[in-house]
Every structure is written in C-alpha cells, then in structure tokens.
Design a protein. Structure first.
Length: 90
C-alpha cells in the first residue's frame, strides 16, 4: 500500500480496494488469527513474529512478510496454519 493510500485511509477515505489488496488483507488477517490460536498470550505471538527463524532462511516472519510478495504471505499463512493444524481457509 502506498504512503498516499495509507494517509487517506487514516483520514477515513477508503475508496476502492482492488483484488490484490483484498487478498493481502485476507492473508494478514488469517495469519493474525492463527497466531492468536497458537499463542494465547499476545506478547508471545508478537515476539515470535520478530524472532529470527531457521524455517524462514534465518529471517523473522515479519521480515519475510515485508518483502512485499504475495507468495511470501501465502507461504507464511500456510506454515502457521499447518502449525496449528488447520488448512488454509478464506
């Protein structure tokens, strides 16, 4: 999302949300939901997202998701959903 779009959203001017952004938002919400199931204490989930992880090539989950590729969001969601025992669910 561009800085300009973010600024408009913060002002309450949302406008049209394209398919790509809807998909990214759906994956991020799914990731958040799954993390809440894995970590009952929110602070542990937030710490995990920032912790370097060998499963992600010694990147943190946050670093991986911030690379900007849809495939990284999908992979992260699939990995976390597998950890909690749920398939990818929209």
């Amino acid at each position: 999302m561009s800085g300009r779009t973010w600024a408009r959203w913060k002002e309450g001017v949302i406008g049209r949300i394209d398919r790509d952004l809807r998909m990214r938002m759906a994956h991020l919400i799914g990731i958040h939901k799954s993390l809440r199931h894995l970590f009952k204490e929110p602070d542990r989930g937030y710490a995990w997202v920032r912790k370097l992880n060998a499963a992600f090539g010694d990147l943190s989950a946050l670093d991986l998701m911030l690379r900007g590729e849809m495939s990284d969001l999908v992979a992260m969601r699939e990995w976390i959903d597998a950890e909690r025992g749920n398939p990818l669910d929209f």
